[in-house]
Design a protein around this ligand. Structure first.
Ligand SMILES: Nc1ncnc2c1ncn2[C@@H]1O[C@H](COP(=O)(O)OP(=O)(O)O)[C@@H](O)[C@H]1O
Ligand SMILES: [Mg+2]
Length: 501
């Protein structure tokens, strides 16, 4: 075959290649990338990324993701989100032109994911059609509505004395191992029969503790309406840092559709410590307790995103239960005081009460709910105010009578009532009480039905109360469901149903 005379097959090949060449977009193409100068402790310093923006998502050549935290004149300091090997001096890094985002949508329900939406439960990646930035502005005042519907946590001491409303932010605070996580999980589990979407964000927790939390919800709650966003203690600090923000964006997606969501962040003390770690590594000037000056702003802008939307915007809500850990009950440390002042109330758990087997170990004197009372059911409000007052008086009286016997019958009556309240407020885990059960118990308490009952008898009675009311107090149930207060006939029907048997 001579060169001048190509065979038909070669001619065909030539024509095809020519067409391919013609279709190629030839011309100058630009790609911007930089190189890591130094990487350690979850921070990478990158040279050669002049166009990168604050907070921009970066991609490293080894597959790790990161985001720009501080922009210097010559270099960029980035938080690395994955703890992958081979990230060191010389690793190529490029900007993605986008901020950090998290997948949102219904596909996340029932899933365990990391803060970037990657699956941690061994199932395929959730099929979400949308991603939302993890940092989003809080709803403006005009877009909000008053908190007016209750979140029923099923925990009597919370629902009766420190009621939560949809859209509220209530801090759960206490020393380690005082039942903070358990209380928040009980609130999630009680949503089994409600319409709430629950999001549990684990920040800096031990993997085994997170596993136990997930197991508890799977065993007792409605896992198909829960989302677990997990950045355990072993995860890169950057991943822990973005976890609460990612969780809020996921919750906001449901709220924007007019749904109601509850987010638990366990816990913000660890989140603050991660923030401090990253700030110190990037040489931000340390302030009080070595936290950078913006740690208040960090949590304020996060928690400000909770809230109830106005009817024009669909009326959805996002309720937040952040958790904070104290040292030796010190509520006036830096992070606890910040969080107390940001939230709409706090439930203080007390290690002494916990040790005395008063569980949930809520310190009634130090706890407060600043907006939830307005969201209580009218029938609940009818009884709960009195209980709070009686219990406060009892706690004071108990202090005095400890020193000497008081024989006054009125005082004895008050003491008996107080002890009955204390016994009633004790509640094992995973035993949520419906609003109607709680109201019945409070009505019976006010009637004096529990003053002579032993703690064991009260415990036994409480486990049966639901069935008895369903059988014997239909009128009262209708009144409570329709949002009315109880008249005398309904009240005594309830009390009779509780005391029956
Ligand atoms: N209401 C309760 N009744 C009985 N035990 C409880 C109750 N709440 C918590 N506990 C127990 O107390 C322990 C510590 O609870 P946890 O929620 O992990 O505390 P924290 O989150 O404050 O460290 C757990 O073993 C838990 O089972
Ligand atoms: Mg805990």
């Amino acid at each position: 075959m001579s060169e001048a005379d190509p065979s038909p097959r070669d001619a065909e090949w030539l024509a095809r290649e020519q067409a391919r060449l013609d279709a190629l977009p030839l011309g100058p193409a630009s790609e911007s990338f930089g190189h890591v100068v130094h990487a350690a402790d979850g921070i990478a310093r990158i040279a050669g990324l002049p166009e990168v923006c604050m907070g921009e998502l970066l991609q490293f050549a080894n597959g790790a993701m990161g985001f720009a935290l501080t922009l210097d004149t010559e270099t960029v300091e980035a938080v690395v989100l994955d703890d992958l090997p081979d990230l060191g001096a010389g690793t190529r890094a490029s900007g993605t032109g986008d901020v950090v985002r998290v997948p949102v949508g219904e596909a996340l329900l029932g899933r365990v994911i990391d803060p970037l939406g990657r699956p941690l439960d061994g199932r395929p990646a959730p099929a979400c059609h949308e991603t939302w930035p993890i940092e989003r502005p809080a709803p403006a005042i005009i877009e909000r509505d008053l908190v007016s519907e209750p979140v029923e946590t099923g925990v009597l001491v919370v629902d009766a004395l420190f009621a939560l409303g949809r859209g509220q932010r209530e801090l759960v605070i206490g020393d380690r191992a005082t039942g903070k996580t358990s209380l928040a999980l009980d609130a999630i589990i009680a949503q089994k029969y409600s319409d709430m979407i629950c999001i549990y964000v684990a920040v800096g927790q031990r993997a085994s503790a997170v596993e136990r939390a997930i197991e508890a919800v799977r065993a007792h709650g409605a896992p198909e309406r829960c989302i677990f966003v997990v950045a355990p203690a072993a995860a890169a600090p950057g991943l822990q840092w973005i976890a609460p923000f990612a969780g809020f964006s996921i919750g906001e997606w449901f709220r924007a559709r007019g749904q109601h969501a509850l987010i638990v962040v366990d816990d913000l003390t660890k989140h603050a410590a991660t923030h401090r770690e990253l700030a110190l590594l990037t040489r931000e000037p340390p302030g009080r307790e070595a936290y950078p000056g913006d740690v208040f702003y960090l949590h304020a802008r996060l928690l400000e995103r909770a809230g109830k939307l106005s009817a024009e915007l669909g009326g959805g809500s996002l309720t937040a239960i952040p958790i904070a850990e104290t040292d030796a009950g010190n509520l006036s440390a830096y992070i606890p005081t910040n969080l107390i002042s940001i939230t709409d109330g706090q439930i203080v758990l007390d290690s002494r009460l916990f040790a005395a087997n008063q569980r949930p170990s809520v310190n009634v004197g130090l706890s407060v709910s600043r907006v939830g009372g307005k969201a209580q059911k009218p029938a609940m409000r009818q009884f709960s105010g009195r209980v709070r007052l009686e219990y406060a008086q009892f706690l004071e009286l108990e202090m005095f009578t400890r020193f000497g016997g008081m024989s006054d019958t009125r005082v004895k009556g008050q003491l008996a009532r107080g002890q009955a309240i204390r016994a009633l407020l004790e509640q094992p885990r995973f035993t949520p009480l419906r609003a109607i059960d709680q109201i019945a118990l409070l009505a019976a308490l006010e009637d004096g039905a529990f003053d002579t009952l032993s703690t064991q008898d009260l415990r036994a009675l409480r486990s049966k109360v639901g069935a008895r009311i369903d059988a014997g107090a239909h009128d009262a149930i209708t009144a409570i469901e329709e949002g009315r207060t109880l008249d005398d006939a309904q009240k005594s029907a309830l009390i009779r149903a509780v005391g029956n048997g």
